[in-house]
Design a protein around this ligand. Structure first.
Ligand code: ASP
Ligand code: MG
Length: 422
């Protein structure tokens, strides 16, 4: 790992180190949004090659292509067999990969495009949200050995049943990190339309600043709580395989944010970032008898329907009855309510209610572990802004509060100021 970090640092210092680095460069939808953008990306890849580094490129679909394909599917079908939906959605990335390969050819760079399947990305059979099981990267290695630049379609793979799958929205990040891990790349560069990871969403907090460096654990918490820059699973993958990530802009090309392993003995900021998210809804199952097995029954039922439960709060029981509240993505709300209604008799619950007007604000910082009082300051700050806290959850480096969605942005601004991040 030390040697690897050395090469990365060398690359940052514009390649003082002579060793050839292998970089995976992933370009998101806006980065390849039109012909000019594609040529600009080709130019950057060509420059990276001229600097002596090896490159594997991963591309997303151009601009809003994936949304457009989803819209078309909605227009022709209510059923939308997941196998066919995946086949449709993977076409977006194929357009980008072939166009970029052509643009590279014009610059005299030998490139070859590969679908996820051709790149050896083997997934499970869970269409529209498949997980990568294995990467058989020999074709990419051969291309690299031949001096070519492989350009891989992100977001897709081939299942163990030999069907084309997609990795879930935003999945090109996962493709990039998985390839970087499989190829032992020195870094995975994620090019996007922002200059890095910020201390809060700059559209909500204009005084938010770019973070030069965050740890995998912090980035995981940020991705899980609304930091939209990186897809959560890609960060998990990067942490598990120790792939250094560099999130940066394909518009300014300036150095962005490094996501790396936490360095020991480093003084940590108490709070690194404030994130927020309004994509979840809350479900409450009220009056459940306080008996072993009932929560297990409820959450097994939800899990069996593929519902992704996030925060869970259960109160200490009053008179032997307890309320269980949990949050889920709004897209899973209807299924969740269905499951709860169906189980409500068996759980002897007195009622099931749901609320989609919630938002969550979170504080993230590795330094929280060693600084007491962060929670108190957070609650005091929200109280001073007359913001009511509806649910609370914590990890060792995160504190989250559910509030009304209408006041989420106020909460973000107040906390960003209170913790000295402005
Ligand atoms: N094109 C896919 C999406 O829009 C995957 C990606 O961009 O990462 O979700
Ligand atoms: Mg994306």
């Amino acid at each position: 790992m030390l040697a690897r970090t050395g090469v990365v640092a060398g690359h940052v210092a514009s390649c003082i180190v002579a060793a050839v680095a292998l970089l995976v460069q992933k370009f998101g939808g806006t980065s390849v949004g039109d012909a000019d953008r594609i040529r600009a990306v080709a130019d950057h890849v060509a420059r990276t090659r001229r600097a002596g580094d090896q490159v594997v490129v991963v591309v997303s679909a151009m601009g809003k292509t994936t949304d457009e394909l989803v819209r078309l599917a909605n227009e022709v079908s209510a059923a939308q067999p997941p196998r066919e939906l995946d086949m449709l959605l993977t076409t977006g990335e194929r357009i980008s990969m072939s166009l970029l390969s052509m643009a590279l050819a014009d610059l005299g760079v030998e490139a070859a495009s590969f679908t996820g399947s051709q790149a050896g990305i083997i997934t499970d059979t869970d269409h529209t949200r498949a997980k990568i099981l294995e990467v058989r990267a020999d074709r990419l290695r051969e291309a690299l050995d031949d001096g070519r630049v492989p350009v891989v379609a992100g977001f897709q793979g081939v299942s163990t049943e030999r069907d084309i799958t997609t990795l879930g929205r935003g999945g090109s990040d996962v493709t990039a990190v998985a390839l970087a891990a499989a190829l032992g790349a020195d870094a995975c560069e994620i090019y996007t339309d922002v200059t890095g990871v910020f201390s809060a969403d700059p559209r909500v907090v204009p005084s938010a600043h770019r973070l030069a460096r965050v740890s995998f654990d912090e980035m995981l918490e940020m991705a899980a709580t609304g930091g939209r820059v990186l897809m959560l699973r890609s960060v998990e993958f990067a942490r598990n395989h120790r792939v250094p990530l560099h999130v940066r802009s394909s518009f300014t090309w300036e150095p962005g944010t490094w996501v790396v392993e936490e360095e020991e003995g480093m003084e940590q900021a108490m709070v690194t970032a404030v994130t927020h998210d309004t994509s979840e809804a809350k479900v409450t199952v009220a009056g459940v008898p306080d008996r072993p097995g009932l929560a297990a029954r409820l959450f097994r039922g939800l899990a069996d329907r593929g519902v992704n439960v996030d925060m869970i709060v259960q109160n200490t029981s009053a008179h032997g009855l307890t309320d269980i509240s949990f949050t889920v993505p709004k897209t899973d709300l209807a299924t969740s309510v269905e499951v709860c209604d169906a189980l409500s008799a068996e759980l002897e619950a007195t009622g099931v209610t749901s609320d989609s007007d919630i938002g969550r604000v979170s504080l993230i910082g590795a330094g929280m572990k060693s600084h007491p009082g962060v929670t108190a300051t957070m609650f005091e700050t929200l109280a001073a802004a007359s913001i009511n806290i509806e649910m609370i959850s914590t990890s060792s480096i995160r504190i989250s509060c559910v509030v009304r969605d209408s006041v989420v942005e106020d909460a973000v601004g107040a906390l960003h100021t209170a913790f000295g991040l402005d």
